[in-house]
Write a protein that binds this ligand. Structure first.
Ligand code: ATP
Ligand code: MG
Length: 364
């Protein structure tokens, strides 16, 4: 069942159109991530769903109830939407203790003191902050403050949580730990999570499904993490989802020639009749092998030893491509190459893009 339904939403600020005809649905119980570059309109969408912004047009429903529909004059207040929200700046109130911060939403609904205390203590310990109830935010680390914001969003037991970049201010280790914890909480409490971020790694790690938004606020693809990573719908998604390499390929008659040379791509051909193509791949999908074997002939331009990995930059008829290989494997499989040495390359996974649409994406 869809718990959130966004239908044909439009939202502008003055002349600046952030969203138009935006539709999205989120199913009960899933962790759904909206992933997109900075400024694309993620926070605006989250605020529209939460009810802090009113759409210019379109309709938003939560749990089957229409909560925003300007054409019918419907606009349910944020408090009545039954959501837990953690904002991008996670603002906890500086003058209130951890206990009071977390208790705040329960005070608003006038929960009796005894129940309130019990619920707050339970929630504080759930986010790993037991024993710190009397502290002020100034006596907590950034990560602990973020947990307080999370506890405050969870305390009223919402069935739906909206989280806006809740981990940005944490260091890498804590961020990794917290993302597992959020996922764990979501499973344990069986809640639906709408998570907004520009961090690909987090999105891949925690999502059941994710949507990729481009800088103009349009959703390019929705799917589960494997679909998005392995079957990107277009060059924008492919490029946004990790280090992508592209090499240019020209169609000459029946052949597809790499770079400015005469070596045909020996693999599956693209569909479509463009004459200029780009073959996209990730460094981990390129296999380097000694010269003389099957594959595209190239020359190692740069060989960098990065500890656990060897990183090679290879020239194939003027087209540069990067590959990385585990140092241990390079040593044991005789795949240590020197700069200037000839080699051949093969691709495990190659995606074809029309060079023109690729150029559009890359120039942005
Ligand atoms: N209240 C507002 N008034 C005018 N413009 C706004 C307002 N809120 C957002 N915008 C504009 O809308 C666009 C989208 O903003 P939004 O905050 O949704 O981006 P975002 O995707 O959340 O970015 P980030 O990843 O940096 O948080 C931006 O160009 C922003 O300047
Ligand atoms: Mg934002």
């Amino acid at each position: 069942m869809d718990i959130i339904q966004v239908e044909d939403i439009a939202k502008s600020y003055g002349k600046h159109r952030v969203h138009e005809e935006l539709s999205l649905s989120i199913q009960q119980g899933e962790c759904f991530t909206l992933l997109g570059p900075s400024g694309c309109g993620k926070t605006v969408l989250l605020r529209l769903i939460a009810g802090f912004e009113i759409p210019d047009a379109g309709k938003i429903s939560i749990g089957g109830t229409v909560v925003s529909d300007p054409s019918a004059g419907v606009n349910i207040s944020p408090d009545s939407r039954g959501l837990g929200v953690v904002f991008q700046d996670y603002a906890v109130w500086p003058h209130m203790t951890v206990f009071d911060n977390v208790a705040y939403p329960l005070k608003l609904i006038k929960m009796p003191r005894k129940d309130l205390t019990e619920r707050v203590m339970e929630t504080v310990s759930m986010v790993g902050m037991g024993g710190l109830e009397k502290r002020l935010p100034s006596e907590l680390s950034g990560g602990q403050q973020q947990r307080v914001a999370l506890a405050r969003a969870l305390v009223a037991k919402p069935s739906l949580m909206l989280l806006d970049e809740p981990l940005t201010n944490l260091d890498a280790n804590l961020r990794e730990e917290m993302r597992f914890e959020i996922k764990e909480l979501q499973r344990k409490l069986n809640i639906t999570v709408f998570y907004v971020t520009h961090d690909q790694e987090i999105a891949l790690a925690i999502s059941d499904r994710l949507a990729i938004m481009d800088e103009t606020g349009h959703i390019r693809q929705t799917g589960n993490p494997w679909e998005i990573f392995e079957q990107p719908a277009d060059p924008f998604v492919f490029n946004f989802m990790g280090i992508a390499n592209f090499i240019s390929v020209r169609r000459v008659g029946e052949d597809y020639l790499v770079g400015n040379g005469a070596q045909p791509m020996p693999w599956e051909k693209p569909e479509g009749d463009a004459s200029e193509w780009a073959a996209g791949f990730r460094p981990s999908d390129v296999r380097i092998a000694p010269a003389g074997g099957a594959g595209l002939r190239g020359v190692v331009k740069r060989a960098s030893f990065l500890g656990a990995m060897m990183d090679y930059l290879i020239d194939v008829d003027g087209a540069s491509l990067r590959t990385s290989i585990e140092t241990h494997e390079a040593l044991t499989e005789r795949l240590m190459f020197k700069e200037g040495e000839a080699c051949v390359v093969n691709f495990r996974n190659l995606l074809w893009f029309d060079a023109r649409s690729l150029a559009e994406v890359l120039k942005r």
